[in-house]
Ligand binder design. Structure first.
Ligand SMILES: C[S@@+](CC[C@H](N)C(=O)[O-])C[C@H]1O[C@@H](n2cnc3c(N)ncnc32)[C@H](O)[C@@H]1O
Length: 275
């Protein structure tokens, strides 16, 4: 048992192996993201200008590109790419997210996107169908990220690009990070370190890997309101972040701002080419 778990046991009498149950993971995903669809789509941080600029710099979208947004959620980055490329397809398993995506598309008067409802572990597209295949903030919700990356590669044409954007905690903080994130959002399976994520891209045979990193600041109360944890766990989550202001066990640099707890998500973007 590592120090973090000993600390959890001592202070909170918490069993770190919570969260196993008989409901299928996809049921948990759809249930969570049906509730989260509206608040997630309205949270300004998910359209953070700095993050979007980094994404453009790294992916360098061209007008002739055909983009696939895997686990597109409310279509934020799909709509972003649609302003720069020929055509975008977004796919997600949660109907309420696809509805939000369609609303956003209507609001932005974009006509070069289509949406598909489906499970990204088996992408319903032909081989080599897209030139840029992207996914943001999805890998830490997947049971089989490696399989999804294989699928992303299959539907990407040779010389096309594959971009993954996700949280990548430090190696020595990752257990604590995953613990608190599972408590906050039951659809969280486990974030990967940057090295693990890069390892997956290497194993998939992607070449010329490039990456960028940034920190995304969030307020604890606003994220609690939009992620629907078990109400009984909310005081415990608050305590974990509060204690973390001094200890930084979570690697999220918790801090007080205007009397409220804020923290940073460590975000990485990594892109590779299908040879
Ligand atoms: C945190 S949201 C991210 C949404 C979007 N990519 C963004 O960055 O704004 C994660 C999304 O992954 C979707 N998702 C999770 N597992 C999935 C699966 N197996 N197939 C399709 N979508 C999935 C959820 O429905 C949810 O919309």
């Amino acid at each position: 048992m590592n120090n973090f778990y000993i600390w959890l046991k001592l202070f909170f009498d918490v069993d770190p192996n919570i969260h196993e149950n008989s409901v299928s993971h996809n049921d948990i995903i759809v249930s969570q993201f049906t509730k989260q669809a509206q608040p997630f789509s309205q949270m300004a941080q998910h359209s953070n200008h700095y993050g979007l600029e980094l994404m453009y710099e790294l992916s360098d979208p061209q007008i002739e590109d055909k983009v696939l947004d895997v686990a597109c959620g409310p279509g934020i980055i799909a709509c972003e790419f649609a302003n720069k490329v020929n055509h975008v397809t977004g796919i997600d398993i949660t109907p309420a997210m696809i509805e939000e995506a369609k609303n956003l598309q209507r609001e932005k008067k974009i006509d070069n996107i289509d949406w598909k409802l489906g499970d990204v572990t088996r992408l319903p597209f032909e081989d080599d169908a897209f030139s840029l295949v992207v996914t943001r903030y999805s890998f830490h919700h997947l049971i089989e990220p490696k399989q999804v990356l294989e699928e992303m590669k299959r539907v990407c044409k040779p010389n096309g690009k594959i971009l993954i954007i996700d949280v990548t905690p430090d190696k020595d903080k990752i257990e604590a990070y995953n613990f608190v994130e599972k408590l906050r959002d039951s659809s969280h399976t486990g974030a990967l370190t940057f090295d693990k994520l890069k390892g997956l891209m290497d194993e998939a045979g992607l070449i010329k890997l490039k990456s960028k990193h940034h920190k995304l600041e969030m307020g604890l109360e606003s994220i609690l309101k939009s992620s629907f944890p078990n109400p009984a766990d909310i005081p415990r989550i608050r305590q974990l972040f509060k204690k973390d202001i001094l200890m930084d066990n979570l690697g999220m640099r918790s801090h007080m701002k205007n009397g409220e707890i804020f923290f940073y998500f460590p975000i990485s973007m990594i892109i590779g080419i299908k040879s």
